[in-house]
Design a protein around this ligand. Structure first.
Ligand code: ATP
Ligand code: MG
Ligand code: FE
Length: 339
């Protein structure tokens, strides 16, 4: 099916067009620069930017894909989770297009879309697979018998999300926003074994995560250096922090695969773009005989293609479309694939 996907859960206006598992267009207009000086996304500013970017971004995507609105089989939109105000802009636009064109509307889960996008790069997801979902607002281990109909949560963070920890540590180190990509880059010239930071919940027998203790430990370590009047070895701190996060994520992900006898691990969400996570996951999966699937970095961070990919999967699976009066749900649970 030919599906157009609309993503507005945060600061990216993402429009994607897919034909089944084939990506035809992935157009993103980001308001990230407008938020940089506030050190985080300002919802009102983001909502306004989505409103302005929506029509031109859809038009650009259609042009890139070489299709018209009439050609579409369905419209998919992120219904949640995310910022209530920004979600509403996307959902309203999707409803308007669906109504005007007489096409089915699918309100989809942003997190399941982070998983489904993998199909654009590596083909159908094995049923089941395990997914490590690591993003700015979420960190979960999922058992995914079928991304269109059956997503189960096995564990998640009890405090900060992995991406949130990256962003907060970047702020402690004065590196800018969003912190993930900057820490990734900075860490390349650092020693990951320079400082031993705590690995929260590593051996607690659950599939939950905790990153706020790690974040505080980094802040305390940096403060102590500064108080002593010593220079802060930024690259070493970044590398050592990143190592602690990635160590826990990969160990627990492999443990889930073994416990559930699943031989495919998928990693999705913005933090899946992290080069050290990709490297360590590969090493540990190879060692455990698990096949690893991670989309290219551009498909890990928020985009419209992921929404279109999940929409296409729902259509292909015969899942019923959404009603035209669906709400935007800022706290939609990860297990609700379609609203
Ligand atoms: P959610 O998906 O939970 O709603 P979100 O959509 O805001 O949250 P994503 O766009 O999926 O989040 O991911 C953004 C997060 O990914 C940010 O916290 C960012 O710092 C982090 N991130 C992006 N690239 C990297 C990287 N290379 N290394 C580490 N973290 C990264
Ligand atoms: Mg973003
Ligand atoms: Fe996201």
């Amino acid at each position: 099916p030919l599906v157009l996907g609309i993503e507005t859960s945060c600061d990216e206006t993402g429009i994607g067009i897919v034909q089944g598992h084939t990506l035809l267009a992935d157009t993103v207009a980001s308001s990230v620069d407008l938020h940089a000086r506030f050190g985080g996304v300002v919802p009102e500013v983001a909502s306004r930017a989505h409103l302005e970017a929506m029509t031109p971004t859809i038009e650009r995507a259609l042009k890139t894909a070489g299709v018209t609105l009439d050609d579409l089989d369905a419209i998919a939109v992120t219904a949640g989770p995310g910022l209530a105000g920004t979600l509403m802009v996307g959902v309203a636009a999707a409803k308007a297009y669906a109504l005007a064109l007489g096409k089915p509307l699918y309100g989809v889960n942003h997190l399941a879309a982070h998983v489904a996008v993998d199909q654009l790069e590596h083909g159908p997801l094995p049923k089941p697979c395990v997914s490590l979902l690591v993003s700015g607002g979420h960190s979960s281990l999922l058992l995914v018998p079928d991304v269109a109909t059956d997503v189960r949560s096995l564990g998640s963070t009890v405090d900060d999300a992995a991406g949130e920890a990256f962003d907060k540590v970047a702020r402690v180190l004065d590196l800018g926003f969003p912190g993930g990509p900057i820490i990734d880059r900075t860490a390349r010239s650092g020693d990951p074994a320079a400082i031993t930071f705590p690995r929260g919940k590593l051996d607690d027998g659950t599939y939950d995560f905790s990153f706020s203790g790690l974040k505080s430990a980094v802040a305390r370590w940096v403060e102590a250096k500064e108080r002593a009047g010593e220079p802060v070895p930024i690259a070493d701190v970044a590398a050592s922090f990143q190592e602690a996060v990635v160590d826990v994520l990969t160990r627990k992900a492999v443990a889930v695969c073994k416990a559930h006898d699943v031989d495919h691990l998928q990693i999705g969400g913005g933090v899946a773009a992290n080069s050290r996570l990709r490297e360590m996951a590969k090493q540990r999966c190879d060692k455990a005989g698990i096949r690893l699937r991670v989309p290219r970095p551009g498909l890990c961070t928020d985009n419209g293609a992921m929404v279109a990919a999940l929409g296409a999967e729902l259509v292909a699976s015969g899942v019923h479309d959404s009603r035209l009066d669906i709400p935007a749900d800022s706290s939609l649970p990860v297990t609700t694939v379609r609203v």
